[in-house]
Write a protein that binds this ligand. Structure first.
Ligand code: MG
Length: 498
């Protein structure tokens, strides 16, 4: 059955296909940039990507397309899918129209330079090198917020770009309710050494060829479809969805501390599964993406942490790890479980464990909010960063590279993005709670490496809906409640304190 019946919606979707095709091409170019492109190709590649983006924007803002969209918006008897199409496109149009062309160009230009400068500044540990760029990026983001409009706080407008409908008020509530619970758990686990803070396997070297076999076998066990998906290598693992039947993930092989490669692979698998399980009927339409970055991250964290770092999973894959990584022989599966779950305060967000990870986001969130409301100067950010780090985790960075200069996000112009990581973690805990009610032998299934029912549950509740609903509406539809931090805290308490 065709789910799109309204003639105006059909016409919109017909016209939209070329925009979709441009996004498809952009996606493929971005994937190639990270995986295959010779390094000197970067300049021409940036031009190509920018031109395609400009063309997609012009097509979306064409008079006849806007007129159709306007008529569709006023049509009352649309079904939920058709309403989804209208919502997603109106949102894109609203954002494009609000941001003046000079600002978009200026942002593209400054971030192109800033990415290069940031890399050098990080290497040289020199914040002053990066500072003028960060100042400019904050300023442009604040201007963007003013153009986009907001009711309560300028940061609302930026958050909304990454997590539709999520407000500064919501973020404050999320972090304020999370902080005391996390602190209690961290103090107890770390203070009483309930979990180790380091493990000797973190230093053990592996052969990337062996590790690749492990990753492929794990993906195979999850049912990662070879005819619809790939695994490649990149410095920073990512997922790109070119379509519902063409999804690509990458992983990394540093040659030591194999859990990094393993959990990067599992994390990206979670993102990929989302894309692969979207309703086939949404292909080449505006509904083919996920609901939001936060919902997407809930899927990757669910597979990475709740399944991948569980005792059941560790025991179940222990023989596979032993088969390909000979040094595992002298460790028990219980040893591996603790290796997978070390807990310690650390400077680097991307290396943080489940207990401390959200402190890193909380810190960035509070700093971003202050920068955007112009209550602190960019030159004071490193000092604030270090003070907050000391307050939250009891450690103080001695170098900018392990503090304010560690993340790529600001150099890319992304302010308002970080909170989506914590949203993802919280929702992963919420999904765990609900899935255990629906699938009482959830843990047993993990032990048996049987993932069919788990994948089906995620498909039914989250994946198949693509971007039909706003993120908070999807939670309401599927779980009859909004985002709730208590489930995530409860999950951590059960795992780490009992
Ligand atoms: Mg992710």
């Amino acid at each position: 059955m065709d789910i799109f019946e309204n003639p105006r919606i059909k016409e919109i979707l017909d016209k939209y296909r070329v925009i979709w095709a441009l996004h498809h091409a952009q996606g493929l170019l971005s994937w190639d940039t990270e995986t295959n492109m010779p390094i000197k190709g970067v300049e021409e590649r940036s031009i190509a990507i920018a031109e395609l983006a400009g063309l997609a924007r012009r097509l979306l803002l064409k008079e006849d397309f806007l007129k159709l969209l306007d008529e569709a918006s006023q049509t009352e008897d649309l079904n939920i899918y058709e309403r989804g199409v209208v919502r997603v496109l109106n949102r894109a149009v609203r954002i494009y129209r609000a941001l003046p062309e000079w600002l978009v160009m200026e942002m593209a230009k400054i971030t192109e330079e800033a990415k290069v400068v940031w890399r050098k500044a990080k290497e040289k540990d020199d914040f002053n090198m990066f500072k003028p760029y960060l100042e400019k990026i904050v300023d442009l983001n604040r201007k963007a917020a003013d153009y986009l409009g907001y009711e309560e706080h300028p940061y609302d407008a930026l958050l909304d770009l990454y997590e539709e409908g999520f407000k500064t008020r919501d973020a404050d509530k999320m972090f304020d309710t999370l902080e005391p619970g996390l602190k209690k758990i961290f103090d107890k686990v770390y203070g009483e050494k309930l979990y180790p803070s380091e493990h000797e396997l973190e230093k053990v070297k592996y052969d990337p060829e062996d590790m690749k076999k492990v990753n492929l076998e794990i993906l195979n066990i999850f049912g990662y479809p070879k005819d619809k998906a790939r695994l490649d290598i990149s410095a920073h693992p990512f997922t790109i969805e070119l379509g519902i039947n063409d999804v690509r993930i990458t992983t990394r092989y540093e040659g030591f501390d194999f859990k990094r490669s393993l959990f990067s692979t599992i994390h990206e698998f979670g993102h990929a599964l989302y894309a692969l399980q979207v309703d086939e009927r949404f292909k080449a339409t505006p509904l083919a993406g996920g609901a939001s970055l936060g919902i997407h991250e809930s899927q990757s964290r669910f597979w990475e942490n709740i399944i991948g770092r569980s005792r059941e999973f560790t025991a179940a894959v222990y023989p596979i790890l032993k088969k390909y990584l000979p040094f595992i022989e002298k460790y028990t599966s219980e040893d591996l479980y603790y290796y997978f779950n070390t807990v310690k305060p650390s400077f680097i967000r991307t290396e943080a464990d489940e207990v401390t990870y959200n402190f890193h986001i909380l810190l960035r969130y509070r700093l971003e909010k202050m920068m955007i409301e112009r209550s602190i100067n960019v030159s004071d950010v490193p000092e604030y960063w270090n003070n907050m780090m000391e307050d939250l985790l009891g450690i103080r960075p001695k170098k900018y590279s392990e503090g304010v200069l560690q993340d790529i996000h600001w150099s890319m112009g992304n302010i308002g993005y970080f909170p989506t990581y914590t949203i993802g973690n919280i929702i992963s805990g919420q999904i765990k709670y609900h899935i255990e009610r629906e699938i009482p032998d959830f843990r047993d299934k993990i032990s048996k490496l049987e993932f069919t029912d788990i994948k089906e549950y995620l498909r039914e509740k989250i994946h198949r809906w693509g971007s039909v609903y706003k993120p908070q509406d999807l939670l309401q539809e599927s779980f009859k409640e909004g985002m709730d931090t208590r489930y995530f805290i409860r999950y951590l308490e059960e795992k780490y304190l009992s």
